[in-house]
Design a protein around this ligand. Structure first.
Ligand SMILES: N=c1c2ncn([C@@H]3O[C@H](COP(=O)(O)OP(=O)(O)OP(=O)(O)O)[C@@H](O)[C@H]3O)c2ncn1[C@@H]1O[C@H](COP(=O)(O)O)[C@@H](O)[C@H]1O
Length: 107
């Protein structure tokens, strides 16, 4: 099991986005702006949908990784921290009380 987190990747994306490095895909996409980043994200979403309907689990893992990376680039272009999305997910979890119920039942 990997210790690598989306927050780790968010930090890499932020560093590379601002690097302006000629060899950086992240910098290229970030500089191109939201239309390009969102289009790429949409392409990866479609590729993930296609992979999800097939039998190839490795392909779905690979497309999922592409999707999450490009989603983080979209968030970076929009200047939205990943923490904001996590806070929204946490708020919804708190609303349903599922986490507390799971903790109480030990599952
Ligand atoms: N996780 C990724 C990642 N996933 C996908 N990609 C790039 O996304 C690009 C587009 O992927 P596609 O599969 O659509 O490739 P393509 O069809 O040839 O691309 P286009 O024709 O659409 O331009 C490719 O250049 C991939 O290398 C990524 N580029 C970077 N990262 C992460 O970002 C870090 C910094 O990367 P750079 O910014 O390139 O230094 C890396 O160390 C990784 O951690």
């Amino acid at each position: 099991m990997s210790d690598f987190t989306l927050a780790d990747l968010e930090a890499i994306v932020a560093t590379r986005a601002r690097s302006g490095a000629a060899d950086s895909w992240t910098a290229k996409l970030y500089q191109a702006g939201m239309e390009r980043a969102a289009k790429k994200f949409g392409e990866e979403a479609v590729e993930t949908v296609i992979a999800s309907m097939g039998e190839d689990k490795a392909a779905l893992v690979s497309e999922s990784a592409d999707l999450l990376y490009h989603w983080l680039v979209v968030l970076a272009v929009a200047d939205i921290p990943l923490a904001d999305v996590m806070a929204e997910l946490e708020r919804r979890t708190a609303q349903t009380g599922i986490a507390e119920k799971a903790a109480r039942s030990g599952s």
